[in-house]
Ligand binder design. Structure first.
Ligand SMILES: [Zn+2]
Ligand SMILES: [Zn+2]
Length: 268
């Protein structure tokens, strides 16, 4: 069976290309059983004057986004289309995010860590921030935030769970213990780990997460989802053969699907 692509963006976020129909048509062409749009949540933690229009949709577009996914669902009965959202985890702002997530009929919500103390560490525009940082300490801070995101109870899935490696800055420390602790936190929180192929298109050239982290997740019984993090129609389902191989090598035999924020499983 083909894997579902649960991480697809739309042009509303200000840094993705194409119409939503083109993403669906690409998925149909590939024969994917199911896809889900998971566009970036409006920057709910900022004053709207400080919002960056190239990072996420403005708040007033969220209802339109939801309506358009619903419209596509009716227009393309040949493929299952889920309504998802990629929501940044910002500690201290949980109470602002929660009502926003409850206001729409999402099938799943993907939680992401894209900021460490306000620094957008995965944004190429702020890459020089790495120069002044202790990379070992940075990895620890990052994974601590990832565990907090998992434990927040706000999310069904944790996105690209080692995104901190995006530009190829690697710590000297052995990460086995961090992986173990984080996988355990995912298991206790009941969140899924996302296997995200965008890492192959980033300087690091490696799927998120690393094989060692995915193996730890499998050992702890953490369910997995798959996503391309497509920001262009041609990226839908990109490198899913590699994602499948990584999942199988880590010990996974099934993959999680979502409907109405409830998961069910199918064999891979
Ligand atoms: Zn994006
Ligand atoms: Zn992301």
């Amino acid at each position: 069976m083909q894997l579902p692509d649960y991480h697809i963006h739309t042009a509303r976020c200000g840094h993705a290309a194409g119409r939503m129909e083109e993403y669906v048509e690409r998925a149909l062409k590939l024969g994917l059983p199911e896809i889900g749009f998971a566009d970036h949540v409006p920057m709910y933690w900022l004053d709207q004057r400080d919002r960056d229009p190239t990072l996420a949709m403005p708040p007033e577009q969220l209802p339109e986004y939801v309506a358009e996914v619903e419209r596509l669902r009716a227009a393309y009965p040949g493929i299952t289309i889920r309504l998802g959202l990629e929501a940044d985890y910002i500690p201290g702002y949980e109470e602002k995010l929660q009502p926003l997530l409850e206001g729409y009929p999402f099938d799943y919500v993907i939680g992401s860590v894209h900021y460490i103390d306000g620094w957008g560490f995965d944004n190429p525009a702020y890459r020089d921030g790495y120069w002044e940082k202790d990379i070992n300490r940075l990895y620890r801070e990052y994974f601590k935030l990832v565990r907090l995101a998992a434990r927040s109870g706000l999310f069904d899935v944790v996105a690209h769970p080692d995104l901190i490696k995006k530009f190829g800055y690697r710590p000297r420390d052995d990460l086995r213990e961090v992986y173990e602790e984080t996988a355990r936190a995912f298991a206790v929180a009941g969140v899924c780990v996302e296997v995200n192929t965008a890492g192959l298109r980033a300087p690091v050239g490696e799927i998120y997460p690393a094989p060692g982290f995915l193996r730890a997740c499998c050992r702890h019984g953490v369910p997995a989802t798959t996503g391309s993090d497509a920001h262009a129609p041609s990226q839908v389902g990109a490198d899913f053969d590699s994602a499948r191989r990584l999942l199988v090598e880590a010990g996974y035999e099934e993959i999680a699907f979502f409907k109405g924020r409830k998961k069910f499983f199918r064999k891979i």
